[in-house]
Design a binder for this molecule. Structure first.
Ligand code: GLN
Length: 484
């Protein structure tokens, strides 16, 4: 049952082969059996899930159900869920019960889906390995000595191990695509503004974007249909029609122009990963696409630019966690300063503190022009490179991550090595463009992701490009032995 696609599950639910309660129970049982090993979930909402499933079954019986009604999913623990702990994997929010639903959660509830629980992540989404979580690291289902990637590592591990048919994630610099790559999933980060950020705990507001983490492109398209759209409560969400993302998923790729940026195939890229990506690109040629080498000359600026912009925005966003209104509060504060200092000192982990301090420094009066303003200028150069490239090509392809999943602990003492795990994904966020990672093969038993980058609002095209590849390959169908 857990190897079905969303449309197969939907058909089984609609024709009465299975009820949503049975399906939900099946996944809850799998979570029960496997979560201790993977640590993919922070919270499992068993009772609420079964209630939602019952309600879904009624709609299914009345024949008023939609395509997603009754299908379970997991939410990254960054999305506010009414009445349920929303921790962002931080001690700071360990006791925070969200009083309302994020727009994404509300839309998915309205579509009739069933929430199984909240998935583990890097603390406040800062990380590339899921090792900064207050609740401990997540293990990669392909090899439990290895990281699943981050920051949406819990969602990635849950879907890869079939503890949920699909999950939500968020991507500020690669956090949907990089764990998708390391866990053999199809992950999509939409155009900035495509999905509301309301109720999604902010890390870096000008970069954050939610998206689906799925077993295949069609599943991702179905969930994106429910997630996307303008929201009055998020002034950065874009007022633009939401197409049916499944409608053109089978279109031919004849004549598709693929750009390969030479900067994505240079130093630092593992040679086996490179060979795997090149083989995937050959498959696209056999499907009628043509290949062109392109250049994104400012690629080298992406990581340093991101590590000014993201910390600057996070230092501002996280200032609301002050021990006064919600979240962790220290015991017996002497005075207000002591309350702030100890609550924040105790509540935040090392990586979050490092980012807040870097960001506060970059924004300080004497350094603003030298760092923050300069970073914004670099950001413009990076976006211009992409626009230049899209004059000649329809889609840009390359590796999602420079290596396959690394061992737990390998990079925890070296923040810069960790930051480089997102070297190919970060520029997309700086430009606000949509990007995907799709399974493209294996190196020594570990998954490799192919990255697809599209122009603004080209999600439907990316999903089509991904889906055609998946009709001709079966990498995305592979499941780790222990979780079959
Ligand atoms: N790994 C990057 C970081 O640590 C990106 C994280 C993300 O996309 N949320 O900031």
């Amino acid at each position: 049952m857990h190897n079905k696609t969303l449309s197969e599950l939907s058909a089984s639910l609609h024709n009465g082969d299975i009820s949503s309660v049975e399906l939900t129970q099946h996944y809850l049982d799998r979570i029960n059996t496997h979560n201790a090993e993977l640590n993919a979930f922070i919270t499992v909402t068993e009772d609420k899930a079964l209630e939602q499933a019952k309600a879904a079954d009624q709609l299914l019986q009345q024949k008023t159900a939609g395509a997603l009604t009754g299908i379970p999913l997991a939410h990254k623990d960054i999305f506010c869920t009414e009445g349920v702990r929303t921790s962002c994997a931080s001690k700071m929010l360990d006791n925070f019960i969200a009083p309302y639903n994020a727009t994404v959660v509300e839309k998915i509830n309205t579509a009739g889906m069933v929430t199984l629980g909240k998935t583990n992540m890097d603390e406040f989404a800062m990380g590339s390995s899921n090792e900064t979580s207050f609740y401990g690291p997540v293990k990669n289902p392909w090899d439990t000595n290895r990281v699943p990637g981050g920051s949406s590592g819990g969602s990635a591990a849950a879907v890869a191990a079939k503890l949920a048919p699909i999950a939500t994630g968020t991507d500020t610099g690669g956090s949907i695509r990089q764990p998708a790559s390391l866990c053999n999933l199809t992950g999509l980060k939409p155009t900035y503004g495509r999905i509301s950020r309301y109720g999604m705990i902010a890390f870096a507001s000008s970069l954050d974007q939610a998206g689906p983490m799925a077993n295949n492109a069609e599943d991702a398209a179905m969930l994106l249909n429910a997630m996307a759209g303008f929201d009055q409560r998020d002034s950065t969400s874009v007022e633009r029609d939401v197409p049916d993302y499944t409608a053109n998923i089978n279109d031919s790729l004849e004549g598709l122009k693929i750009g390969l940026p030479k900067e994505f195939f240079g130093e630092g890229l593992d040679s086996d990963v490179e060979a795997t990506v090149e083989a995937a690109i050959k498959t696209y040629e056999s499907l009628g696409a043509t290949i062109k080498e392109i250049t994104l000359p400012n690629t080298g600026l992406a990581v340093p630019t991101y590590y000014v912009v993201a910390p600057a925005e996070c230092s501002s966003n996280l200032s609301r966690m002050d021990g006064v209104r919600f979240g962790h509060r220290c015991d017996d504060p002497k005075d207000l300063t002591d309350l702030y200092e100890r609550s924040r000192g105790e509540g935040f982990g090392v990586e979050v503190k490092r980012r807040i301090m870097t960001g506060a420094y970059a924004l300080s009066a004497g350094y603003y022009d030298a760092y923050y303003l300069k970073a914004q200028q670099c950001r413009r150069l990076i976006s211009n490179d992409f626009q230049q490239a899209f004059n000649d090509v329809d889609v840009i392809m390359g590796p999602t991550a420079p290596t396959t999943a690394f061992n737990l602990g390998d990079k925890t003492d070296d923040p810069v090595a960790m930051y480089l795990a997102d070297i190919y994904t970060i520029s997309t966020n700086l430009a606000g463009l949509p990007g995907m990672s799709i399974p493209a093969g294996f190196v020594k038993g570990l998954p490799v992701g192919l990255q697809l980058i599209g122009n603004y609002f080209d999600e439907a095209r990316l999903l089509n490009i991904a889906n055609r590849y998946q009709q001709n390959t079966d990498w995305h169908k592979q499941t780790p032995d222990a979780f079959k």
